[in-house]
Ligand binder design. Structure first.
Ligand code: S3P
Length: 158
């Protein structure tokens, strides 16, 4: 499969490198790049961790869907969504209409080594075992949603 479309969305677990890869591929293709979480933080003037803390996860998920709706209208863009964005089927449906969906697969251990100790709310709240279960469950979602899978990519290889 060639990445020849002008609208690409990247999904994958926390720590897979969606933002790093997204920026790189956007640059290579001469497209814009938007990170969903960064966009939410910028427009709401709050960190994702603060949104979770003050309003709870379900409120964050509503905001996430609202922003997905806005971002799907953009042209010539690569978007990196959050690790949990595609747990909501509505978000997949919105993107799959005219975006290519790429799943960035990285092993759980690699993701975990990158995210442990970070301020991501789910990382602070869940044990390693629980995160591993979440990882397993989400792989199925990412696989189902995506047209393209990039496995164990490394910055040095691209
Ligand atoms: C989340 C992943 C985070 C962020 C929020 C929830 C998740 O994004 O959206 O903390 O549910 O996996 P990253 O995947 O960019 O870390």
């Amino acid at each position: 499969m060639k990445l020849d479309g002008k609208k690409l969305v990247i999904c994958g677990f926390m720590g897979a490198g969606k933002t790093t890869f997204g920026r790189w591929i956007a640059y290579q293709k001469g497209l814009g790049f938007v990170d969903l979480d960064a966009k939410i933080e910028e427009e709401k003037c709050m960190l994702i961790s603060q949104i979770f803390e003050e309003f709870g996860e379900s409120f964050f998920r509503e905001v996430e869907t609202e922003f997905c709706k806005k971002l799907t209208k953009m042209e010539n863009v690569v978007i990196a969504v959050g690790g949990g964005t595609f747990e909501n089927e509505r978000n997949i449906l919105m993107f799959e209409k005219d975006f290519d969906i790429l799943f960035l697969y990285v092993s759980f251990e690699t993701c975990y080594s990158r995210i442990k100790g970070s301020d991501r709310p789910l990382v602070a709240r869940l044990t390693k075992k629980q995160l591993q279960e979440l990882f397993k469950r989400r792989q199925k979602t990412y696989l189902r949603a995506s047209k393209i899978i990039l496995k164990e990519w490394e910055v040095a290889n691209i």
